[in-house]
Structure formats: C-alpha cells, structure tokens
Design a protein around this ligand. Structure first.
Ligand SMILES: Cc1cc2nc3c(=O)[nH]c(=O)nc-3n(C[C@H](O)[C@H](O)[C@H](O)COP(=O)(O)OP(=O)(O)OC[C@H]3O[C@@H](n4cnc5c(N)ncnc54)[C@H](O)[C@@H]3O)c2cc1C
Length: 447
C-alpha cells in the first residue's frame, strides 16, 4: 500500500493556504489549523474592506485550495503554549512535518512613557476592528476627533483612510522619523486619502525641514512639487505630516486619556548612503486624542518557537540549495540545533514584509524545502493518517474547543452572502465568534 505524508500547517492566511496547496500538489495530506473561524488571515481581515475585486479574487483561490480533499481544515483552533493545542501536542501525535504560517500576531511597542493611556492603539488591532475580526470587531476604540499615526507605510494609509473616510474625524497627523522622500507607502494607495491633504500645512512643513533635506542632498523644490498638491482639504478634514519627529512620550489628561504626543525633532544624516534620523533634543507636543502605532508587527512568542527581537530564530547557516533551506528552519540558539521537522514561512518568517504575493512566494519556496525533507522520510498509510487526524480532533474536543470544518465555513459564507444581499452591500461579516458558531449550527440544523 502506498504511503503519504501528513503535514500540520498552523495558520490559514495566504502563506498557509498557498503552502498547503504546494504540499497537496506533491501528494501529501495537510491539516490546516487556524485561529480564526474563517480562513484568509490578513487577506480577509487586513486588506481594506472596500477592495472588493482583490478580496473576492483571493477568496475564490482560497476556496479552491480548501476544496482539495487532501486539505483538512480545522478553524477556531489556536496553537501555542496555553492554547487548545501546543506544538508539543502535535509533535507527540507524530506528524511528518509541522509548518508555522501564523503571521505576525505580536505587537511592537515603542516603550514610551504614557503608552498605557486610554487611546493608544496598535494599527493591527484597529485594522482587525474595521475588518470585523472577532473579538476586535466588538471592542471599543477611543478615537476622538484628532489622531496621530506613527509610521509612514501602507498600513498608515489604510488606518487614515478608515479614520477620514469612514469615521470622518477632523484631523490625522502622520508622525515620521525621517522626511517625505523616505515614505514607505505606495502613491497608488495614497490616492484615497490625498483629498484630505492640508497642502498649505504640507508646504510649511517641508519649508520647516528644508535645511535638513538640503544637508543630505535632497532637492527641496522637487519635494515641494511632488508632495504639495492644489486645493483645500476635502470637507474640512485634514491630513497633516510631521516629518523628522520621533515620538518621546504620550501625555495623558487627568482621566488617563491621550491629550498629546510629545515628539523630539530630528536631523537627518547620511550613513552608508542612507538617510538616518538623529535626535536634536528639541521637544514639542502635538495635541491629539488618540495615538496609533503603524510601525509593523512582530511574531507571537507564545507559539512556542525560539524567539528573539520580534522574530522566530531561524538557522543562521548557509546551506546549499535554492532557497537556502536553513532560512525556513526554526533554530534553538542555546542548543545550536534546528527544531527537526518544523518549518516557518510567510509573515511568521518575515514579519510585516510585503503583500499577499510575497507571502505566497515565500510559502511556495518554503514548501520546496519541506517537500525535500519529506522525500527522505517514511510516510503513513491512509489508516494511520486518519488516526492521527482523529487524535488531533479528540485532543481539541477534550479541551472543549468548538472546531469549525471547511463544510461549516461554506455554510457560514452562504449565510453572510445572503445577509449582504439583503443589505445591498457586496460583503457582510457577523461580528462575534459566538454569532458565527450560532449561524453555523442553525444552518446545519436546517439541512
Ligand atoms: C493593514 C494591512 C493591509 C494590507 N493590504 C494589502 C493589500 O491591499 N494587498 C496585498 O496584497 N497585501 C496586503 N497586505 C499584506 C497581506 O495581508 C500579507 O502579505 C499576508 O496576509 C501575510 O500572509 P501570512 O499568511 O503570512 O499571515 P496572515 O495573513 O496574518 O495569516 C496568519 C493566519 O494564521 C492564523 N493564526 C495566527 N496565530 C495562530 C495560532 N497561534 N494558531 C493557529 N493559527 C494562527 C490567523 O488566524 C491567520 O489566518 C496588508 C496587510 C495589512 C496588515
């Protein structure tokens, strides 16, 4: 009887799903274990809600991957220390390999004084909130009328888009350590918030920092031409930038709510051909009601892999092969050993780096490494694999977990689409896990 491999893939975002497809194409069976009830990760709960074409296109691809009988989906299952299932539990069941594609679920802090004030948030939590991911969907965010966003990438643009176009607040101030040229957002993404740009303020801001721009060889006139547009901010809602500023402290009022963000002005210097910010010691305060960190994320150490400086540690060796297999192997720096049979890919390997296409490519390259590893191993019979999947389900049931299958996800999606049609919108999501599970149960009972 021919033998196959059984691989656990932890996380059904783009990396996990495209990775599962590669493994299934190589003839292996996959158990996808996903924290969220629905698959998709940030493609479902990160990409801006009105990007209908992109989101529906990705959902279709994910649906096709899940339709493969070799892919077994278990949603609403968190893996990690103190979770329903740990990496150790999975190792004890004895699978052929374990692939961690759980994204970057940890949050980075700046360690500012006053960071615990009411009204200080991480962009990822806010993004999950406006993309209706339980439990973030029902949490209260004390936004107020004026918000400082720290960071200048595409996530900043998405958060500003939600604040200005949907929450319709009065003012967004983007705080950036360096200057306009060092922006990390794409111009195409910026279009949605450009109507709110306070052009008079932008001109003043570029003029204020012009000596520093000139000092590093940047052309002030060209920068003004590129960044200062025509016209007044739309509907009186203003988008402003504070360049060459590093956050120093969150100032709270006597109710513990954000009242201002204190920043230190920076100089820019050239180091190895790159611009670097250097503090001047000169402080000023930006009066705001809320501060949102859009500075990228880190992986979640509670998953149980060796962790250092926001990332899972991978094998530092340069091994032969393309890709370098070591780059996908978690590594214990104390024992100087790789964690045999465990792999990482996507944002779990490279936190907050790149679009869906990058996570897909990384997972596909990673699975090439996993497939090579599996080629040297003895597989399992169909019966042995069934028993191992049963053992996972048993373990989850003993811990009282309400596990969701891909058939359940389909029932849920059907109910959400019906609801969307009733509301004349292209998309609708139920906001809590309790409701999602209730809808699945109701649909099952009605069959
Ligand atoms: C705000 C924002 C907007 C974006 N917009 C775009 C865009 O417009 N276009 C684009 O191409 N890309 C966009 N991206 C990037 C894109 O979303 C990522 O490149 C991609 O989703 C990363 O895939 P991933 O699978 O590595 O991680 P994720 O998408 O984060 O998926 C991780 C999966 O792991 C699961 N998980 C987490 N922890 C556990 C655990 N302990 N146990 C089990 N499962 C777990 C989660 O439920 C999730 O399903 C955006 C990203 C952000 C943050």
């Amino acid at each position: 009887m021919s033998k196959q491999h059984l691989v656990a893939v932890i996380g059904a975002g783009p990396a996990g799903l495209y990775g599962a497809r590669k493994l299934a194409e190589a003839g292996h069976r996959v158990v996808l274990l996903n924290r969220d009830i629905k698959p998709g990760g940030l493609a479902e709960y990160g990409i801006f809600p009105d990007k209908e074409k992109m989101k529906t296109g990705l959902r279709k691809q994910f649906k096709r991957i899940l339709a493969d009988p070799k892919v077994f989906y278990l949603g609403h299952v968190s893996v990690g220390q103190d979770k329903a299932l740990s990496l150790r539990d999975l190792q004890a069941i004895g699978l052929s390999a374990i692939v961690v594609t759980a994204g970057a679920q940890g949050t980075k802090k700046l360690g500012l004084n006053g960071e615990d004030s009411i009204g200080v948030y991480h962009a990822k939590d806010v993004v999950y909130h406006f993309n209706t991911l339980p439990p973030f969907s029902l949490q209260q965010y004390e936004i107020g009328r004026r918000v400082a966003i720290i960071g200048m990438g595409n996530v900043m643009v998405d958060v500003a888009n939600w604040l200005l176009n949907h929450r319709k607040i009065d003012q967004v101030v983007v705080v950036a350590r360096r200057g306009p040229i060092e922006k990390a957002y794409d111009d195409g993404e910026f279009d949605v918030i450009e109507p709110y740009l306070d052009n008079a303020d932008m001109r003043r801001e570029i003029e204020r920092i012009s000596p520093q721009l000139t000092a590093v060889g940047q052309n002030v006139e060209e920068i003004i031409q590129k960044f200062v547009k025509q016209g007044e901010p739309a509907e009186g809602r203003r988008l402003q930038f504070r360049y060459l500023c590093s956050p120093i402290r969150v100032i709270a009022n006597d109710q513990g709510r954000v009242a201002a963000l204190e920043v230190e002005e920076n100089l820019m210097v050239l180091q190895d051909g790159k611009t670097v910010a250097k503090g001047t010691g000169k402080l000023s305060a930006i009066e705001v009601d809320c501060v949102i960190y859009a500075i990228g994320d880190q992986v979640d150490p509670s998953l149980g892999l060796p962790f250092s400086r926001g990332a899972f540690v991978t094998n530092p060796e340069k091994l032969s092969g393309d890709p370098n297999p070591a780059a996908y192997q978690p590594y214990d720096p104390e024992t100087k050993q790789v964690l045999g049979g465990i792999y990482v890919a996507g944002w779990s390997r490279n936190a907050s780096v790149g679009l869906v296409g990058v996570a897909k490519q990384d997972a596909e390259r990673g699975m090439k490494v996993v497939n090579q590893y599996l080629a040297s191993k003895e597989g399992f019979t169909a019966g042995e694999m069934e028993a191992k999947i049963e053992a996972i389900i048993d373990m989850l049931q003993k811990k009282g977990a309400s596990v969701v299958t891909k058939e359940d996800v389909e029932l849920l999606e059907g109910a959400e689409q019906e609801e969307a049609r009733k509301r004349h919108t292209w998309d609708f999501k139920f906001p809590s896990d309790e409701k999602l599970l209730e809808v699945i149960d109701a649909r099952k009972a009605a069959r």
